[in-house]
Design a protein around this ligand. Structure first.
Ligand code: ADP
Ligand code: MG
Length: 476
């Protein structure tokens, strides 16, 4: 592939989390029985008129502001005309010549460090319904529950050069959208759908080559794979003196292949015109200002603040700001304990381990941040050992009660009674004569092994620091 450069621009459709449709009051939810959320408006019955949901506008404007776009005070609804069974009106309401917002940017961590992709435009539109191919044998069914649900389409400039960078960019975008709380961003449920436009050109060439558009990809890794394949194909064609045909390609995730869906239509094929049923979308300065105030602290800003305010490393700050819920959780634990370092260690370590094991996330934490803070306090004042603290964490997740109750019920209070500690130490020295002898001969690192044995014998209750001291005295 040397001598060639790929050029990629992305179009992302994001479902806004208003819970209702853009131009009628039907609910917009994923997974309900087919055709149960429909009405004359989204069915396109004659005489039905659209009314705009202001909440969707607010989320769209918030998206645009989070991406540093210029939000236009007037944008125009347009009809995009085409025939398809999942589009009962025969047109999609979208924005064309005058979109909601233009000229933004988004930074991401690419293969050459931090890079920026320019956002060309963001417009609002309604989604189509769904053609369902696997429900009726030999036939295609139509489910119109999705018809009319609110979307923003985010279109980038062709600023990306490598499939891995496309993936990194999309992760950054998803992260930003989640933080902004505008969408649930589920690729599996189709609330975040990315199409990739790609062309190749000889290195040094500044004109763009003919592009193809890859659709139907439902994971970031799928996009990366599809792009690698398509770039190789285009380089092969151009290298062999042939040309690339402008077309839409469908990704088949099972087979890992691309197939041609249709030759690419031009915008004039859609006969766009302003929708006569909808007035221009007019936004006041006050409204845009109010939405600006509602944009939450975004991932980059929060990461920096975590480093400055809590003295965390760049890496830890990155991990702890991975999700908005996780970052808030950490902040709560840090506030209650007054110890950000320990809060970070416990959130990223034992708590994350527990979440992974249970398949939970911090959107719905099995242990409240106040409880984790209490556990950290119990370790700090020597009431329980580290190992016992992990047990308490598990106990809380299993609904056994408060940290103090679990410590009492499970008998986890750390034993610092010298008599009991000495008895365990003696038992272990007797049970592990070889290791004990080697420690006597100076093999320091085996002390840890013996401490571990005592901890096991005490079922985690012995005070490990004191055990360590006692062992060293006995074996010196
Ligand atoms: P179309 O009219 O085919 O929809 P647009 O100009 O609207 O094309 O661009 C759609 C997307 O394709 C944008 O993200 C843009 O950055 C990207 N794009 C446009 N031309 C190219 C090209 N030659 N190579 C790669 N990406 C491109
Ligand atoms: Mg386009």
């Amino acid at each position: 592939m040397s001598g060639w450069e790929a050029v990629v621009g992305i179009e992302v459709h994001v479902q806004l989390r208003t819970g209702r449709k853009l131009f009628c009051a039907d609910r917009a939810v994923f997974g309900d029985a087919p055709n149960t959320h429909v009405c004359p408006v989204c069915l396109g019955l004659p005489g039905a008129l659209p009314t705009l949901d202001p909440d969707a506008v607010e989320l769209a404007v918030r998206t645009a502001l989070a991406l540093d776009c210029t939000v236009h005070r007037t944008s125009i609804w347009a009809r995009k005309n085409y025939f398809y069974p999942d589009l009962p009106k025969g047109y999609q309401i979208t924005q064309f010549e005058r979109p909601l917002a233009t000229a933004g940017t988004l930074a991401y961590e690419g293969s050459d460090g931090t890079a920026e992709v320019r956002i060309r435009r963001i417009h609002m539109e309604e989604d189509a319904g769904k053609s369902v191919h696997d429900r009726l044998p030999g036939a295609t069914a139509v489910d119109l529950n999705r018809a009319g649900t609110p979307l923003v389409e985010i279109v980038t400039e062709p600023d990306l050069r490598r499939p891995a960078d496309v993936r990194a960019f999309l992760s950054a975008l998803k992260h930003l959208l989640e933080y902004s709380d505008v969408s649930d961003c589920s690729m599996e449920e189709g609330s975040l759908r990315a199409d990739a436009n790609v062309s190749v050109r000889p290195v040094g060439e500044t004109e763009l080559g003919t592009k193809t558009e890859i659709k139907n990809v439902n994971s970031f890794s799928g996009i990366e794979k599809a792009l690698e394949l398509e770039i190789e194909r285009q380089v092969g064609l151009l290298g062999g003196g042939e040309t690339v045909v402008s077309e839409t390609l469908l990704w088949d995730d099972h087979r890992g292949t691309l197939r041609s869906m249709r030759s690419k239509e031009e915008s004039h094929d859609y006969r766009y015109f302003p929708d006569p049923d909808l007035p221009p979308l007019a936004l006041s300065d006050a409204f845009v200002e109010r939405v600006r105030q509602s944009v939450p602290e975004l991932p980059g800003a929060r990461r920096t603040r975590f480093q400055v305010e809590y003295g965390l490393s760049e890496y830890d700050a990155g991990v702890l700001t991975q999700t908005r819920a996780g970052a808030s959780y950490f902040e709560r634990v840090a506030a209650v304990t007054g110890d950000a370092k320990q809060a970070g260690n416990w959130v990223m370590g034992p708590l994350q381990g527990l979440l992974n094991a249970r398949g939970d996330t911090l959107d719905d934490p099995p242990v409240a941040p106040e409880s984790l803070a209490e556990i950290i306090g119990l370790v700090r004042d020597g009431t329980i050992s580290d190992g016992a603290a992990r047990q308490v964490l598990g106990g809380i997740a299993d609904g056994e009660g408060s940290p103090a109750e679990i410590v009492a019920a499970r008998g986890l209070r750390q034993v610092r009674d010298e008599g009991a500690l000495e008895a365990w130490v003696d038992e272990v020295i007797e049970a592990c004569p070889d290791e004990a002898a080697r420690v006597r001969e100076g093999e320091e690192r085996l002390v840890g092994f013996l401490v571990g044995q005592v901890m096991r014998r005490s079922r985690g209750k012995a005070d490990p620091r004191r055990v360590n001291e006692l062992l060293r005295v006995r074996l010196s």
